[in-house]
Design a protein around this ligand. Structure first.
Ligand SMILES: [Zn+2]
Length: 66
């Protein structure tokens, strides 16, 4: 199971674990701090991951991209 967050500034994908939810992460490419959505917001993403067995992108507002 993979969870990926896309940096709002440079768009680089960062691999997250579920323990990163609701925390701030720093982009390793541009240094931008952004918030990882809370697990409550990620429920849709988690369902998609289960179905797709593939990576799913989330952004800091909890939006989900397949
Ligand atoms: Zn970045």
């Amino acid at each position: 199971m993979r969870l990926l967050a896309r940096c709002p500034d440079c768009g680089v994908a960062m691999r997250l674990s579920l323990e990163d939810a609701d925390k701030r992460k720093r982009c390793r490419q541009c240094g931008r701090l952004f918030k990882v959505p809370a697990l409550e917001q990620l429920r849709k993403a988690l369902e998609l991951i289960k179905q797709a067995h593939a990576g799913v992108y989330v952004d800091e507002k909890g939006n989900v991209y397949g």
